[in-house]
Design a protein around this ligand. Structure first.
Ligand SMILES: [Fe+2]
Length: 686
């Protein structure tokens, strides 16, 4: 680090108010009497948001009978702590639920470090491993994993065990630099096995009781900070989650469940009824900040010791401002208590642009009670694309000429969106920031992380054979009814038009949330409109939370259109024809359900239904690994069997399939994905 770098860094660390461990030039053996006592550090250790010279180290060490204690943190070049580069004292406070954050700085770039914490009596944490980022100009190939959606209540985190197993055996230059977590780090909706022993074919595991919980259907949800803290602890107490956090730095951005399943801004919604929940939003932000070491900004200012939440009231929010944000002081304070969107640079080839999809978003119009009028019992999940486009566009639809009513079949439904702003998930300020970051990035690959999927999820019920069911009431294609960025047509077009107009190449999106694996092209529109991709897009399957294919096995029993979604075989097996439905259209799905002949089914593909898709698996779980270099980006999907129980083998259990998608850098031209099935059977997904 040059003097200038060092001065610069110290200024930024001071701005964070960091408790700082500054590396000394010559490493020395530890002089701390560390004796491992894992039970005193029940959530282990973690690290987050590495840059070339620093990383945040984390642990939790609860004490009783006092409000504050001190730990010693050490970071070393070796796991035996013979070459310790920095030692420092760090406070732990009852007020922060005994969580501890330290910024270790003055580190060497692209280097593996080991760290640990010790209390005044010599009781030590487990040893963690972390890595710094390469320098901005470093041209080395970057490898990282991305994940989402870990439910300890309903599944096992075998995907992490597999990731650890493979990484430990990989050559050094093929090891992961970090894990990008795209949210649903926790599920705040907790089931108790004495009330709900099973969901689908899964066992509901006991993860404890949520203090001050509110009961919503089968779920107990937090109403206070203590509730969220308990849920974080329950997730991190999982041995596979904990081992993953101890092996790699995580770069995290939350999705919906870090706050509330159907929440947005500082609203929650149960049974279709929205409620102001500013205090709950602050509590959720605080618990996130305490348990996830990261460089997010908090409104209380610098300092890694405590969140210091603003005081807010659960006040009604009478109106939206012109950008769809709740125009009320407590809503602004609550949402503003933490700003999570940020960038992470990783060498010459990777810029991560992390965005927050739930703090600034408007209420999803398709979940509003007025939208119940669009339910089509003959066509489960389907919503005519033109209907969704009107709901999305609000008053901006069709050049600010929204219709007064929306026709669906022979019905006419009032357009409840016609005087409201176009749907936004990003909000005005974050969107401007995103565009600015995309334009400014000089990395080979500009990797944007919309936590919710960007790839259209639609099919072609207009091609159903006559007489099978009621006539399709839409004008053409059917979407699966909103709920993520693929339904934010106006905003997605705005971002993708910006990518095109600014001549940005190497544009990549990586997402989670859908509990399914998808690979394809970033395009604002599909046929019959012009299909003109500006980049490539990937969505990772969940670590463990159940997905749509699993839900469908248990739902739609006896429905005429069930074969579109699931094929029930004589031997009791079930096949996810929903993959064919989305990628190839209704004719392929129906034919495959009837014959089981995949070649025949593929021959019936509607080429216009999904030119944007290379891969879709609504039943996959696991993780994805990105390899980014000067000329190509690869994403490998590592899919494991449904994780209903913890694997009994150290490799995390078998692999269902491993599929690679590769794009070489396009310049002005059109991105092209090349697909290779490396292992296993993915025939319904390609
Ligand atoms: Fe999820």
């Amino acid at each position: 680090m040059t003097t200038w770098d060092r001065r610069d860094f110290l200024a930024s660390a001071a701005a964070m108010g960091a408790t700082l461990a500054w590396a000394r030039p010559s490493p020395a053996a530890s002089r701390i009497a560390w004796r491992e006592a894992r039970d005193l550090y029940p959530e282990g250790v973690a690290s987050g948001d590495p840059d070339p010279h620093s990383v945040i180290l984390w642990t939790r060490r609860p004490f009783t009978g006092r409000a504050r204690a001190e730990l010693t943190a050490e970071i070393a070049l070796d796991p035996d702590f013979r070459r310790v580069v920095a030692t420092m004292r760090a406070p732990v406070l009852a007020e922060s639920d005994w969580t501890c954050r330290v910024l270790a700085a003055g580190l060497q770039p692209a280097t593996v470090y080991w760290y640990r914490f010790t209390d005044g009596a010599g009781h030590g944490s487990r040893i963690g491993r972390t890595l710094t980022a390469p320098l901005d100009g470093d041209a080395r190939t970057v490898r990282f994993a991305f994940v989402s959606c870990q439910s300890v209540n309903e599944g096992a985190q075998n995907a992490y065990r597999r990731m650890i197993w493979e990484d430990a055996r990989a050559p050094e230059d093929r090891r992961l630099g970090f894990v990008l977590h795209l949210g649903d780090f926790i599920y705040e909706v907790v089931e108790y096995p004495d009330e709900v022993p099973h969901r689908y074919d899964r066992t509901v595991f006991d993860i404890g009781r949520v203090p001050d919980a509110r009961k919503v259907d089968n779920f107990h949800v937090p109403t206070t900070l203590d509730g969220y803290r308990m849920v974080y602890r329950a997730h991190i107490d999982d041995p596979d989650v904990q081992d993953a956090r101890a092996r790699w730095p995580f770069i995290c951005i939350g999705d919906n469940h870090e706050f509330s399943w159907q929440g947005w801004q500082s609203f929650i919604k149960y049974d279709g009824k929205a409620e102001p929940a500013q205090a709950l939003r602050v509590a959720a932000n605080q618990a996130w900040w305490e348990y996830i070491p990261s460089r997010v900004r908090k409104a209380s200012g610098p300092g890694l010791d405590r969140f210091a939440p603003p005081a807010v009231a659960d006040a009604p929010v009478p109106a939206l401002d012109g950008d769809g944000f709740g125009d009320e002081a407590n809503n602004r304070l609550a949402v503003g208590s933490m700003t999570a969107y940020r960038t992470a640079h990783y060498g010459r080839h990777v810029d991560l642009i992390l965005t927050d999809f739930h703090s600034y978003t408007m209420e999803d119009p398709t979940t509003r009670p007025e939208a119940n009028a669009f339910d089509l019992p003959d066509f489960p999940f389907f919503l005519p694309q033109e209907t969704l486009e009107i709901l999305d566009g609000g008053r901006a639809y069709d050049g600010h000429r929204p219709p007064d009513a929306i026709a669906i079949g022979d019905k006419s439904v009032p357009n409840f969106r016609k005087d409201e702003p176009a749907y936004t998930m990003l909000g005005r300020t974050q969107k401007a920031w995103l565009k600015d970051r995309l334009t400014a990035s000089t990395a080979t690959w500009k990797i944007w992380t919309p936590t919710n999927g960007t790839l259209d999820m639609r099919t072609d019920p207009q091609n159903l054979p006559a007489g099978l069911t009621a006539p399709w009431p839409g004008k053409g294609y059917a979407t699966f009814g909103g709920g993520d960025f693929s339904a934010a047509f106006t905003e997605r077009a705005e971002i993708y038009d910006h990518v095109r107009a600014a001549g940005i190449d190497g544009f990549v999106t990586v997402s989670g949330d859908r509990h399914s694996f998808w690979a394809g092209y970033a395009a604002k529109a599909l046929p019959p409109q012009r299909f003109d991709p500006v980049g490539v897009s990937f969505i990772v399957g969940s670590i463990s939370a159940p997905g749509l294919a699993e839900a469908l096995e248990h739902g739609l029993k006896g429905h005429t259109l069930r074969p579109l979604f699931v094929a029930d075989r004589a031997d009791g097996t079930k096949e996810a024809t929903v993959n064919l439905l989305i990628k190839h259209g209704v004719r392929s799905a129906l034919d495959y359900a009837r014959t089981g002949d995949i070649d025949r089914a593929r021959a019936l593909t509607n080429k216009d239904v999904a030119p944007h898709l290379a891969f879709v698996d609504m039943g996959g779980h696991g993780y994805a690994v990105v390899t980014a270099s000067a000329d190509a980006i690869e994403t490998e999907f590592v899919c494991i069997p449904r994780p209903v129980a913890r694997a009994t083998t150290p490799d995390g259990g078998p692999i269902r399939y491993r599929v690679l998608h590769r794009a070489t850098l396009w310049s002005g031209g059109r991105p092209m994905l090349e697909q290779r099935v490396l292992e296993g059977d993915a025939r319904l997904s390609v």
